[in-house]
Design a protein around this ligand. Sequence first.
Ligand SMILES: [Zn+2]
Length: 241
Amino acid sequence: MKKYHIFKRPDRNIKVNVEEKILPSNSSNLLESQIPKYIVIHEVSLGTGKSPVEYNMEHYYKKIYDAGQSGSTIGYHYLVGDKSIYHFIPDNIATTHTGTDFGNHNSIGVERLICKGINYEYAIHNQAKLIATLMLKHNIPLKNVITHKEMQLRYGSVERRSNPKQCPGRLIAGFRGTLNDFRTEIKRCFIYGWFFNELLDEKTINKIPDVMALAQRKYREEINMKKQSIMKNINKDDIER
Ligand SMILES: [Zn+2]
């Protein structure tokens, strides 16, 4: 069995951009202002078989737009597909996306599209790259990048904690890559400098070489630590023999 999974990335000449589709300021799903400290990983919850090809980026754009015009407070900040990313709600505005009061007022919700025909792995890569960009932009550590489920387990009501939403379902289930693989993909974005620069100011963009060097150093340290622990175990085996 494979111990880890590296997600496939879109071809270099396919340019994926973050498109600003900010909802009108009178939308009911734009709540009060917030300083984001967490990033919440979501996935559109219908199964692939239940999500027809027309449940695409535009479908969900219309849905969140209509929600905002109909008095609903439900929303999320970004929707990530395999070919594009839509930005609906400014990062510093709260919205209802976690089923917890704390999560709804302290985090950015990053939803990933699932529909028939989507390239699952490209969408996963784009989601990791967007999250890496938001971590850099808002100075959010990887430990504060958590799933919708984890947010409910930590900050939900007793009722929520006993039956948390299984979101993002496919990553939790380990369908073509686990949550751990997803976190590794975020780390890879830092190592290789994969960010959506259109979301960053010049000062932050200029910091990217230093950020990459730090991530590469951390990665080498992790590898060395693993090697050392393997060597230790080998020595132990020798002694015990
Ligand atoms: Zn969710």
